[in-house]
Design a protein. Sequence first.
Length: 183
Amino acid sequence: MGSYLLFVVIAIATVLSPGPGVMLTLTNAIRFGVSGAFGGILGIAFGTFIVAGISATSLGIVLATSATAFSIMKFIGAAYLIYLGVKLWRSPVTEIEEATTAARSRKLQFLEGLTLQLTNPKAVFFFLSVFPQFIDYSTEFVGQFALLVVTYSALVVAIHLLYARLARSAWLAFFRERWAVSQ
């Protein structure tokens, strides 16, 4: 585990790169505020544990060696993203003031984040391809595995909270500027 810092750098780059989880976080932060995005962020982080666990099992080997199985998983993920997009598109239009106070179930957001992460090809690819490179198989596996997964999940929470804060701040700045012009 001498390459832990390298793992952290690669994990930061992976989590920072835009993907479906980031889009969900940005959407929730703009619509419901930073605290309103927290349930989805926790769902994404918990999904990380499940994806990592799957990658460590024989199911992970099947996904890694079967182009068909991996493609099916990618299509399921794409279908879920399309579903979320259509659902958002068909949702009722709300006034900006209403959007700032809209409440949303954290449980529902958690389930959205969890489902999204379980079908996210980026997460699956990371845990099937990159993650094993940082495990020293000559020593105890469980402790290393736990450390790396907890680190990755903590980075997901921290970076997605940063994204949520930046998205909400940008949205508020745009809203305030637009509101001041209309007055």
